[in-house]
Design a binder for this molecule. Sequence first.
Ligand SMILES: [Zn+2]
Length: 332
Amino acid sequence: MKRRNLITILAVILALCGCGFAAEIRTWTSTDGKTIEARLIESSDNEVKIRRVSDGRQFSIPLTRLSEVDRRWVEALGDDSPSPAATSADLTELTQIPEDPDGTILLPLRVYLISDLELEQKGVKMSTWVTREDFVETVLPEINRIWKAARIEWALESIVIQPAAEVPDREAAIEYIQNAKRNAAGKSDPARMPKIHAFCDKANGHPVVNSLYFFPYLGQTSQGNAAMRGNFAVVGVWTDKPSRAVRPPQKSLLVEELPFKIGSIGRTCAHELGHNLGLGHPDSATQTQFGLLMGGKKSGYELTSEEIALARKTATDRATKILQWVESAGAD
Ligand SMILES: [Zn+2]
């Protein structure tokens, strides 16, 4: 067969099965609670076009008919208009404590992309290159794939593109972070974190909603950092961990194909959210289960049953706290 014919046939096959646009399969929920497994084809200001997985049928659905979770996901894809912060009323739809003790706990998640900051290490200039689309279409589905084991789902609250805050002695702070090293025992330098938080303007972040701050680089072989049981975490989008800092930093993968080899931004986010939900690192000397999200020997994506129980308890507490905040200070 001539090469050109083969290419034409391939193009027709791709067009027919819609493989040209490899959007994630999502479960879409309407305002009246009906669900459909479908891929997004396109979205406009007032509707989405989706293709049902089961039979390939296309549907156009007005945004007003979509659940708050879906609407925020679609809105965050647009590049021209900022993804708006949720009102208190929206937050109650993004926060759910199931009646069934094994049901899905829904928690809102805000993302900050710290823009206009450049760090340099081994001649590589590093900025926050992850886009809103990267997060919405690739990273968030991976976070939710991993947390599904604990039946905890993260609903996008908003994506904020935020310039680095003004800090005293900006150049010295940049210099400090980009040169931060691990000590002989492998511990990262804690003194770099307040400087990173200052650039992120963490003090003005959301008081109760979990927030992920995407930052260019967190220092030698560090990929993320989170407050234990807190509501914020920082994730670096450049990494030199795979080479143990022998080679210059490289862009982290958004998502890594299974099995785990070097990790990805999606896994780091899921790991840091694990710390937010009260999970520590397993003790590699005594652990009996491997391939774990929280690290230890032979890292991976799994959660132990103890970790799932603890994370669900902390997630329920977080959801309660958010709903209380909505009722009191947050009412608008
Ligand atoms: Zn950790």
